[in-house]
Design a protein around this ligand. Structure first.
Ligand code: NAD
Ligand code: TYD
Length: 372
């Protein structure tokens, strides 16, 4: 039975990944989820698996040497899937040092503890010798590559030079470089994935798609940054989870893969699609339906250093591992909206707490640049 140590498993992608793994491998695997339960970590995301005998939750900070060492000492971990991070660009602009701590120092600590636990004293490899079958997957983002021009032929490849602009992407880029350095210096058994923007169930409503769904349902304004023409490349979260599953089981060690589904959309298109699908899905008898219209769209002051366009070239993961995205955008948005309808209590639990204070801080005095 293989043991997977997942960090940040109570967050958006981590919890989707844990569900994916239990759905796919059932009793044949063990998962240890290490999460510090920051504002973004919600144990409710994993309520349906928390009593499984092959699932263990450890509340710990990835920066905590003793705690992480203990996890490795007490468990024969085969694969680390490292999601834990501060993940929101707007927060990184307010509090950059927190991003350096969690994303850079936390990754350094995870690498050190895994290296220590997996090392064998002697062997033929002068760079480093490890117990067989061990692998560390560092889950990263396409934002490390910076911003693309509005040219439909420009894409991020694995060979694109790093050019991060936000404190978030700079901290993720630093963590990627550490993983690369461990591979080159110690022959440490790792891979990196750089994925585009995800959406789907369990996404914290500070990110564009769940924020717009939640606001529209509550008749609140839909705050579009700048001119709304920035482009993101959207991937349904389950497609990302399948990509990670393939990389940890099939990819050659030391390789990096870009993950994305050629699903480039301007932010304003996303917001309008959400409004359309919400109107299609809400029954006429639902009083919330009257709230949902394009009149809610409000253009607000732009994000500082706002990257214009992201677009992934997923050719390598397609060619080498046969990965293809399965969920097309409109279908994915419909599934996401239906999920939020069915989990309004999940949204309420989040929105009645600390999240609202943050919301006030972010949007409270962000004047409307223009209302359309
Ligand atoms: P998230 O913010 O929803 O979840 C992060 C999780 O990490 C939370 O459960 C939080 O409690 C935990 N965490 C934070 N600091 C921690 C610490 N010091 N110790 C232990 N746990 C800690 O993030 P997400 O959107 O699920 O992203 C997961 C990973 O995927 C991140 O590394 C992110 O950079 C990467 N990624 C995200 C996207 C996206 O669109 N969301 C796209 C590409 C890559
Ligand atoms: P976000 O979901 O924060 O992801 P990222 O910044 O990591 O790409 O934002 C996606 C895009 O949506 C980004 O261009 C910023 C924009 N945006 C808005 O216009 N309004 C909002 O309220 C939010 C949260 C984001």
């Amino acid at each position: 039975m293989r043991t997977y140590l997942v960090t940040g498993g109570c967050g958006f992608i981590g919890s989707n990944f844990i569900h994916h793994m239990f759905r796919t491998y059932g009793d044949d695997i063990r998962i240890i989820n290490v999460d510090a339960l920051t504002y973004a970590g919600n144990p409710e995301n994993l309520a349906s698996v928390e009593n499984l005998p092959n699932y263990t939750f450890v509340k710990a900070d990835v920066c905590d040497k003793d705690a992480i060492r203990r996890v490795f000492a007490e468990n024969d971990v085969d694969v680390v899937v490292h999601f834990a991070a501060e993940s929101h660009v707007d927060r990184s602009i307010l509090e950059p040092e927190l991003f350096v701590r969690t994303n850079v120092l936390g990754t350094a600590n995870m690498l050190n503890c895994a290296k220590e636990a997996w090392s064998l004293p002697d062997g033929p490899d002068p760079l480093g010798n490890y117990k067989p079958g061990k692998r560390f997957l560092h889950v990263s983002t396409d934002e490390v590559y910076g911003s693309l021009p509005d040219d439909p032929d420009a894409f991020f490849y694995e060979t694109t030079p790093y050019a991060p602009h936000s404190p978030y992407s700079a901290s993720k880029a630093s963590s990627d470089f550490l993983v690369k350095a461990y591979m080159d210096t110690y022959h440490f058994p790792a891979n990196i994935t750089n994925c585009s923007n995800n959406y789907g169930p369990y996404q914290f409503p500070e990110k564009l798609i769940p924020l717009m769904i939640n606001n529209a349902l509550n008749g609140r304004k839909l705050p579009v940054y700048g001119d709304g023409m920035n482009v993101r490349d959207w991937l349904y979260v389950e497609d990302h989870c399948r990509a990670i599953d393939l990389v940890i089981h099939k990819a050659p060690l030391f390789e990096t893969y870009n993950v994305g589904g050629h699903n480039e959309k301007r932010n304003i298109e996303i917001v309008k699609t959400i409004i359309e699908v919400l109107r299609e899905e809400l029954p006429d008898t639902d009083p919330r339906k009257a709230n949902v219209s394009e009149d809610l769209i409000t253009y607000v002051e732009d994000r500082k250093g706002h990257d214009r366009r992201y677009a992934i070239a997923p050719d390598k993961i397609r060619r080498d591992l046969g990965w293809e995205p399965e969920t097309m955008f409109r279908e994915g948005i419909r599934k996401t909206i239906t999920w939020y309808f069915d989990h309004m209590d999940w949204m309420e639990h989040i929105t009645n707490g600390a999240y609202m204070k943050y919301y006030e801080k972010m949007y409270g005095d962000r004047g409307a640049a223009e209302s359309k």
